[in-house]
Design a protein around this ligand. Structure first.
Ligand SMILES: Cc1cc2nc3c(=O)[nH]c(=O)nc-3n(C[C@H](O)[C@H](O)[C@H](O)COP(=O)(O)O)c2cc1C
Length: 318
């Protein structure tokens, strides 16, 4: 069965710099979703959001912008903005679990209010011809919320619905609820995309066997932890290429240089790269030892040594 892999957006990680660099060094991703767009108080797209989706800044084959809102007017403004930039699809974020977002009734905080989701879509579809896709969780408080929303979505021509098989309250912890995802498949005529914890080729195969109806898969943290993952999934191999550490280093070095150019001062750069290493380290067999090395690296020289040592001494997990 042919299938597609989507890179799930991670605010703070998968900006255009990461996406372009990843795409140049690795393969396997068909479509990238950009981290969510928010409007400022003047109802304008934040300049960082604008830069992130500006076509000249993006070299990936397909990029889909995403909006985080609980207001139809705002949705329509962003739809118009992204259209002007040449995009025909806008993804709606109904999954973000961050307490500050949820508190304002945004992201997964909107899932308990099925009628509001319905009324926003009603206005959006009556006033815009933008293609809408949705990225959501099973609910915020419980996994029944999605089963109140899915029937209401039947009347709209939604392109697809990506479901992260957790509830908002879980944040990113606990196990994914695969039984509820299975129930979702039976509860909608819309195309569903599976999202949640695809962190290895074995995990992907397990999900594929569980959900043979699904032909599009979305991976978030797994791609940052192991950027080889999408191409390994596509090739159906569990081993990294022989020269993987060398390939990883040239990807890393370009990512580092790109952020070094954009960020002011070594502090910002080291913090940015440390957050990447919180994920990268997971893919090395001695992950704790690797992360500790980067925790200690407080200068650019120490950081560079930590990178060299890691790629010289450590092995990527198969
Ligand atoms: C730091 C971080 C930032 C995220 N930012 C976004 C975002 O901007 N939009 C979105 O839809 N999901 C966002 N997510 C959720 C991921 O896209 C994804 O749905 C989630 O991590 C589950 O998939 P995974 O297990 O493959 O990572 C974020 C997750 C994390 C950990």
């Amino acid at each position: 069965m042919t299938y597609k892999l989507i890179s799930s957006p991670l605010q703070g990680f998968t900006d255009f710099k990461f996406r372009n660099t990843f795409n140049k060094h690795f393969g396997g991703i068909n479509t990238f979703y950009a981290p969510y767009i928010r409007l400022n108080d003047n109802l304008e797209m934040k300049s960082s959001n604008f830069r992130d989706i500006l076509p000249v800044n993006n070299s990936v084959a397909e990029l889909i912008p995403q909006v985080l809102t609980n207001d139809a007017e705002e949705f329509l403004i962003v739809a118009k903005d992204v259209r002007e930039l040449g995009y025909s699809e806008l993804n709606w974020n109904l999954g973000c679990p961050s307490p500050t977002v949820v508190k304002r009734g945004l992201g997964s905080g909107l899932l308990p209010d099925a009628d509001k989701v319905d009324s926003i879509l009603n206005k959006v579809y009556s006033e815009s011809d933008i293609t809408v896709s949705i990225k959501m969780r099973l609910g915020f408080d419980n996994n029944e919320e999605i089963f109140k929303i899915l029937p209401l979505l039947e009347k709209y021509p939604i392109k697809n619905i990506a479901v992260h098989a957790r509830i908002g309250k879980q944040m990113y912890k606990g196990i994914v609820d695969l039984d509820s995802f299975k129930r979702c498949i039976a509860s909608t005529n819309h195309k569903l995309i599976y999202n949640g914890d695809i962190s290895s080729v074995a995990k992907f195969t397990e999900m594929q066997n569980l959900f043979p109806e699904i032909d599009t898969w979305m991976i978030g943290r797994g791609i940052i932890a192991d950027p080889f993952l999408p191409q390994m999934i596509k090739a159906n191999v569990t081993e990294h290429p022989e020269n993987s550490n060398e390939l990883f280093k040239s990807f890393h070095d370009e990512l580092y240089d790109t952020y070094a150019e954009a960020l002011s001062g070594p502090g910002h750069l080291l913090t940015k790269m440390f957050h990447f290493w919180e994920y990268f380290s997971m893919s090395f067999t001695n992950s704790h030892k690797v992360l500790k090395k980067f925790k200690k690296a407080q200068t650019i020289n120490a950081y560079r040594s930590a990178v060299s040592e890691t790629v010289r001494e450590e092995v990527l997990k198969s």
